[in-house]
Design a protein around this ligand. Structure first.
Ligand code: CTP
Ligand code: CA
Length: 220
């Protein structure tokens, strides 16, 4: 079998959650661990790619010299880092769980406890994948993720189109053992004219399946 190499290719990846500041000590975030994104980064690197990993706050670590981790906190910071490196990327993978909304104003001092109710007004964050999809370089290959609880395939297919992606990796929260809190994941990869379902596997093996399919689409 031919060596499935990504030598000479640059992969830009987003991973982890984003934290949207409320005040200097508080934020809105989510339970993403970054595990899936880091596993994909390791798999691309193992196959010879240079990886730029834009990561939200996570405990994940790498010692792989060809993975360059760029730590960010908010969606705006993540977007800026992605924009700065998109031109160099042959492949972009959007594995981050980006917060959809952020506080409209960030208090410059810690908000004091007062009254029985507190309302925080939120505004929509930039959709990084969609924004980058509008300025996609010719030949650049992009992969998104979709976490759905219902109407899974239709929702994922719509995101594929809306964000101008080449493939989208669907995680259904309905599947036992899949999602944020597990080391395993059960995915379906949706492409414009093809759908491939995979078994429940370790996230490291899921990463291999994703990277393999990207290789096949680029070389097949
Ligand atoms: N994404 C992104 N920037 C955002 C939101 C999402 O880049 N502000 C990316 C994610 O990294 C993922 C894909 O878009 O690859 C789909 O994310 P998801 O949260 O499933 O979709 P949304 O478009 O945010 O729709 P919703 O949360 O309402 O289902
Ligand atoms: Ca979302």
């Amino acid at each position: 079998m031919k060596e499935r190499s990504f030598k000479g290719k640059t992969v830009l990846l987003t991973a982890g959650p984003t934290y949207e500041a409320i005040d200097p000590v508080r934020f809105i975030g989510n339970h993403s661990t970054g595990k899936m994104g880091f596993a994909i980064a390791e798999e691309f690197a193992a196959k010879g790619a240079d990886v730029i990993l834009v990561s939200g706050p996570t405990n994940q670590k790498t010692t792989t010299p060809t993975i360059n981790v760029l730590p960010v906190s908010s969606a705006d910071e993540m977007y800026a880092a992605v924009q700065a490196h998109a031109d160099a990327a042959d492949i972009i993978v959007y594995a981050a769980a980006v917060a959809d909304y952020k506080p409209k104003v960030v208090a410059d001092k810690k908000i004091k406890k007062a009254g029985n109710e507190l309302t925080i007004e939120l505004v929509k964050n930039v959709d990084i994948a969609a924004a980058m999809g509008k300025q996609k370089k010719p030949g650049q290959f992009s992969v998104g993720f979709a976490l759905e609880t219902d109407n899974e395939s239709a929702n994922a297919a719509e995101k594929l189109k809306k964000k101008n992606l080449d493939m989208i990796v669907l995680n259904s929260l309905r599947d036992e053992g899949a999602g944020f809190k597990h080391d395993t994941n059960k995915i379906t990869i949706i492409e414009p004219d093809k759908t491939t379902a995979f078994e429940l596997k370790q996230k490291t093996e899921v990463a291999q399946d994703i990277v393999n399919l990207v290789w096949e689409r680029l070389h097949g």
